[in-house]
Design a protein around this ligand. Structure first.
Ligand code: NAD
Ligand code: TYD
Length: 331
């Protein structure tokens, strides 16, 4: 039995990870530290309530909140971040504060409190666009968006804490996630909820950009494994090899939602839009992990979740903050 700290546990991947952990390790106690920004809801935090879960509303960049949350914890899973590339184009300062300074504050507290394992949840976006083949863990860091750059900076801080202080950090770099409870600004929940509302789906540029997709539950299992079997100082890519263009993805979602191609809208491209992400995940597979959920099956299940949980996303999409964000996007 142990106490673990999950930062960002009210967000998409973090909340699914809390659910996963409680099932997989029911004897453990979980502390969640989350600021509840626009991306993390009070409802998500309330849904996580249980005898072994403690929720602290606080900022990862606030050393006092971090010290309080980390007290008595053996392992830290650091999910909290500003995560949307489009928002980082308009307001990069927030990304530097949370993703870089926040990670530094957590690492410092982990060093002082003798944490046994610190898992840094990073992203394939730190490698930038991969023209051919796939990026292994030693590929050059070449982030192209302020979001990706802030995650790469956080990864480098982790590396420095391993080398300088011996802090037992394991870094995971995952491909694009999908599944239930993803905020409807990311492409899959945005497209699904638009289709459920009878609205068109905005495809950036010509739709040829390629992403690698993983179900959030497969990501959770890989992070768990990396925390137990991964070696401090090592990086583990987490990918499925299931790569497809945004246009192919949109086609699958149109089909799943019973909509036709007239629902596609080609809109202005994202500045600095990476053409292709592709991960070499042989290292984590060497530890015994394999993805279990196929894309078609996972997307059908996700479309069904958004269909059944309209109140969850309608509330978000009709809020003034979401509406002003969308208005700025397509201005
Ligand atoms: P999300 O945007 O859905 O959730 C982020 C959570 O962090 C929210 O609950 C938010 O309230 C919280 N948060 C933000 N700033 C905070 C702060 N200063 N202090 C405390 N909490 C704060 O993000 P997500 O998609 O669940 O991503 C989680 C992690 O996984 C991130 O580190 C992201 O970089 C990484 N990741 C995401 C993907 C993906 O496809 N979504 C892929 C690879 C890696
Ligand atoms: P996104 O979900 O924002 O994830 P990321 O940029 O972190 O990969 O976008 C996934 C892909 O979908 C990316 O190539 C941009 C594209 N996209 C659209 O075509 N339309 C949209 O409305 C959004 C949000 C993204």
């Amino acid at each position: 039995m142990a106490r673990i700290l999950i930062t960002g546990g009210a967000g998409f991947i973090g909340s699914n990870f809390v659910r996963y952990w409680r099932k997989a390790h029911p004897r453990d106690s979980v502390t969640v530290l989350d600021l509840l920004t626009y991306a993390g809801s009070r409802k998500a935090a309330e849904d996580l309530r249980g005898p072994n879960v403690r929720f602290i509303r606080g900022d990862v960049a606030d050393p006092r909140a971090v010290a309080t949350a980390m007290r008595g914890c053996r392992t830290v899973f650091h999910f909290a971040a500003e995560t949307h590339v489009d928002r980082s184009i308009h307001d990069s300062g927030r990304f530097v504060r949370t993703n870089v300074l926040g990670t530094q504050r957590l690492l410092e507290s982990a060093r002082l409190s003798g944490i046994e394992r610190f898992v840094m949840i990073s992203t394939d976006e730190v490698y930038g666009s991969v023209a051919k083949g796939s990026a292994g863990e030693d590929a050059r860091l070449a982030p192209n968006s302020p979001y990706a750059a802030s995650k790469a900076a956080a990864d480098l801080l982790c590396r420095s804490y391993v080398r300088t202080h011996g802090t037992p950090v394991v870094i995971t770099r995952c491909c694009n996630n999908y599944g239930p409870r993803q905020f409807p600004e990311k492409v899959i929940p945005l497209f699904i909820t638009n289709l459920l509302q009878g609205l068109p789906v905005p495809v950036y540029g010509d739709g040829r950009n390629v992403r690698e997709w993983i179900h959030v539950d497969d990501h959770a299992r890989a992070v768990d494994l990396a925390s137990r079997k991964g070696r401090p100082g090592e990086i583990y890519n987490i990918g499925t090899g299931r790569r497809l263009s945004n246009l192919e993805l949109a086609g699958m979602l149109l089909k799943a939602a019973g909509a036709g191609r007239e629902s596609l809208r080609f809109v202005k491209d994202r500045p600095g839009h990476d053409l292709r992400y592709a991960l070499d995940s042989s290292k984590i597979r060497g530890l015994g992990w394999r993805p279990r959920i196929g894309l078609r099956e996972g997307l059908m299940e996700t479309v069904a979740w958004y269909g059944k949980n309209r109140a969850w996303w309608r509330g978000i999409k009709s809020g003034p903050k979401y509406r002003s964000y969308v208005a700025r996007q397509y201005r």
